[in-house]
Design a protein. Structure first.
Length: 595
């Protein structure tokens, strides 16, 4: 609905004079006066246009002494410039200006005259269109859910829609035509009119408890003159409430995890293991914890990355300072800066008078745990990288830098190098985070941990649900040990929780698994393991009892399967196999595996 989209056909006059070329000057002027025509189009006997005359020209000729019986064909303009029905009105207006003419005959596709476009028609067409545009824009701005506020360059409010009335509690008829500063001193609109610096995605907490995101820009016309400023304000209270609820839920989960008996037999660690390889990972976490080095914890979902972060934190010199945990996948882009870095007092209309501290400021002197770092959008990655590099940040609306004295621990279940190749993760941020890498093995690679984990989960969950459960049948325990647990420790605990909630006996047996609906899942895995054992036995016999031959054959089969499952992504296949990529490359070459 743009003014430039107006066509000639929407503005032209369809009532115009038509006369034969044999009319005289006197007959023509009499006819024009009788009908109130200002111009007439002259046609020949075949109804072809031969010219155009105006009332002004005819009156002038009579006053200059031209005879009334003079043929109109002798005096009409024959070199006529025309326009078309579908032509853009702006272009037609430009033609009239260029040739200094006041009217244009309008032609259709059959080259017939269907109207006349005059300068007055052009003005009326634009005026009507502008009026409709104004009504349309007013209706849109008035009914949009966002609050819209507009001021002129003197700070006088010129527009205040229903959304603004509802959000700020001030009626339009109370504030329009009055200085904004009388109602909201120090509002960002007043500052923007003076500085001409726009503000995008500015987060604020109003005095009425509402959380909002504001976007404000100066209004500058085509001549470079400042007309004022406009601001849109979106109520994000529900989004903020969901984030708070998620934080509360995460806190409850953390409390429950702390109650789980995931404690090391020797010591008081939050991460339980008796597996030799995982004990080395745990020892590495304890050693690096004593430094301020940035740590990147990697592992599949449910392996205990948050627990490992607590191990690093509990062995650091910052244990007397807070550990602030952030789920990077749960923060909307519009709230990222205000949540991470806070905002200054008086930055926003109705904002919290004392401002608000962000996560980095709350963690001052302590540690920040950035969980799900692989889910962080690229624009947020750039802002995080700047803080890590410069070791300082600014509150939203602030001008004084704040030193970022924090230790950073990050965690992800994503293949970051693969994300870098896809252009979804910054390589420079990865190197900043990956000073020390800790990779937690999945539970299927440390099956000796399962028995201890099961017993600790049973003790904790039985107490939580007031169940008298103390034992697990050896057969059932073996099912747990044989199962691969794609969801790792978290899946193990969740399955035991469902079993304990539904069971009525004092020990976990096959019937308890049936009632929980998990027996078939666990048994199918056991049968698969049994089939593999039989296959290996046959292979052993067929190979002439040559163990090296069997191992090489099965190693080759496992690598081919892992590559196929990962779409021949070598980094992912190496991760699935639990070996370094360099080892995988060597195996592929030595075993003659085609790629």
């Amino acid at each position: 609905m743009r003014i430039s989209e107006l066509h000639v056909g929407e503005a032209m006059s369809q009532t115009f004079g038509r006369i034969d070329q044999n009319y005289s000057l006197g007959e023509t002027i009499d006819l024009m006066l009788e009908n109130g025509w200002n111009e007439v189009v002259v046609f020949d006997e075949n109804q072809n246009m031969v010219g155009l005359v105006t009332k002004e020209n005819l009156v002038r000729m009579l006053s200059e002494g031209s005879p009334r019986n003079l043929s109109i064909a002798m005096i009409c303009s024959s070199n006529i410039i025309t326009t078309r029905y579908e032509e853009n009105l702006v272009e037609a207006r430009d033609v009239m200006r260029r040739y200094k003419i006041g009217r244009l005959p309008v032609m259709n596709d059959q080259e017939m005259v269907i109207g006349v476009l005059t300068a007055k028609d052009v003005c009326n067409g634009f005026s009507t269109k502008l009026e409709l545009l104004g009504q349309h824009m007013y209706a849109v701005m008035e009914n949009i859910t966002e609050a819209i506020q507009v001021i002129n360059c003197q700070g006088i409010v010129s527009f205040w829609n229903y959304g603004a009335e509802k959000l700020f509690g001030v009626k339009a008829d109370e504030i329009i035509g009055k200085p904004l500063k009388e109602f909201f001193p120090g509002d960002m609109l007043l500052r923007i009119v003076n500085t001409l610096e726009p503000c995008y995605n500015c987060f604020s907490e109003l005095e009425n408890g509402a959380y909002v995101v504001r976007n404000a820009v100066p209004v500058i016309n085509s001549f470079g003159t400042v007309e004022g400023a406009v601001c849109t304000t979106l109520d994000v209270s529900q989004t903020k409430a969901l984030i708070d609820e998620l934080d509360q839920a995460n806190n409850r989960v953390k409390k429950l995890e702390r109650k789980i008996g995931l404690t090391k037999n020797l010591g008081d660690e939050a991460f339980y293991t008796v597996n030799a390889a995982t004990e080395r990972v745990l020892a590495k976490a304890q050693r690096v914890g004593m430094t301020d080095a940035t740590v990147l914890i990697q592992g599949e979902s449910g392996t205990g990355k948050e627990l490992m972060a607590n191990v690093v934190y509990s062995h650091s010199k910052r244990t007397q300072q807070p550990l602030i945990q952030i789920n990077c996948s749960a923060i909307p882009e519009t709230l990222f800066e205000s949540e991470m870095f806070g905002y200054e007092a008086g930055t926003f209309t109705g904002g919290n008078k004392s401002g608000k501290k962000g996560k980095f400021e709350l963690a001052n002197g302590g540690t920040i745990f950035l969980d799900e770092i692989g889910e962080l959008p690229l624009n947020m990655q750039a802002k995080l990288l700047r803080v890590i590099q410069e070791k300082r940040f600014y509150r939203v609306g602030g001008t004084t830098p704040i030193i970022a004295d924090v230790r950073i621990i990050a965690a992800t279940n994503r293949d970051i190098p693969d994300l870098i190749r896809q252009g979804k993760f910054r390589e420079d941020l990865y190197y900043r985070l990956n000073v020390v890498s800790i990779e937690i093995p999945p539970i299927r690679e440390r099956r000796e941990d399962i028995q201890g984990l099961v017993q600790r989960f049973i003790n904790d969950l039985a107490g939580e649900y007031e169940k008298n459960v103390h034992e697990i049948d050896p057969e059932v325990l073996q099912l747990f040990i044989n199962y691969d647990w794609p969801g790792n420790v978290r899946q193990l605990r969740n399955m035991l929780e469902g079993i304990i909630i539904l069971m009525e006996d004092e020990h976990i047996d096959n019937q308890a698994l049936v009632e929980a609906g998990v027996l078939e899942l666990l048994k199918s895995k056991t049968e698969t393991q049994s089939d593999k054992s039989k296959m290996l036995s046959r292979d052993f016999e067929n190979s002439g009892n040559n163990l090296d031959c069997i191992l090489e054959k099965n190693e080759r089969a496992l690598i081919i399967k892992a590559l196929g499952d990962c779409n021949y992504n070598k980094a992912q296949a190496a991760s699935r196999l639990g070996i370094p990529r360099s080892t995988l490359y060597y195996k592929i070459k030595s075993l003659g595996i085609p790629i």
